[in-house]
Write a protein that binds this ligand. Structure first.
Ligand code: SAM
Length: 177
């Protein structure tokens, strides 16, 4: 998959932040972080951070705030993360980087998060090896992916296939790969 596959056009990242984050990715981040023992001494990395909801919430939940870095392949997502006035967003570090080749030192982080990103990586094994490389030996990796398409997305894909085409229907199910 080409590097530009995930480059969003126009204000798509702002729309993602305004609509999808409050509706879905924010609550999902809370559900994950509610069962993760966070520590102010941690060095946290949010891989495929999008507009940075997990990174921001980790900042908010650590006192004093831990070091938190968000990395995403998409320049628009990182641009939106950098533009937010939220003080927790402003104190995170934001980096444009592919999950398969991250510009971080070995063992630089003690916790690595990847919320709903792994299914999109063209080379998932390389991304997992890379997450392990940047993780300290006693560190932890937290990954969330959907278990299966919901009835809504299954029905939506069937309708797209009926009324538009199969290729677009398959694309609509990419989050569940
Ligand atoms: C569904 S969004 C999830 C974003 C964020 N983790 C969240 O919970 O809001 C998937 C993200 O994966 C990113 N992505 C896709 N392929 C990537 C890659 N190879 N390396 C880094 N990020 C990637 C996209 O740019 C997008 O921001």
């Amino acid at each position: 998959m080409a590097q530009d596959t995930f480059q969003l056009s126009g204000n798509a990242a702002d729309i993602y932040e305004a609509q999808k984050v409050p509706a879905m990715f924010g609550p999902l981040a809370d559900a994950m972080l509610n069962i993760v023992p966070l520590d102010a001494n941690d060095r946290d990395l949010d891989v495929a951070c999008g507009t940075g909801i997990v990174a921001r919430k980790v900042k908010e939940r650590t006192d004093p705030p831990a070091r938190v870095v968000g990395a995403d392949l998409n320049e628009g997502m990182i641009g939106t993360a950098q533009s937010l006035s939220d003080p927790f967003a402003r104190s995170c570090e934001w980096v444009v980087a592919s999950a398969e080749d991250m510009p971080f030192e070995n063992a630089e982080f003690t916790k690595v998060f990847c919320q709903q990103g792994l299914q999109f990586f063209p080379d998932q094994i390389s991304a997992l090896v890379e997450m392990r490389r940047v993780l300290a030996d006693d560190g932890q990796i937290f990954i969330t992916i959907w278990k299966e398409p919901s009835p809504f997305f299954t029905a939506l894909a069937a309708s797209i296939e009926n009324h538009i085409n199969k290729s677009l229907a398959e694309k609509s199910l990419a989050p569940f790969n």
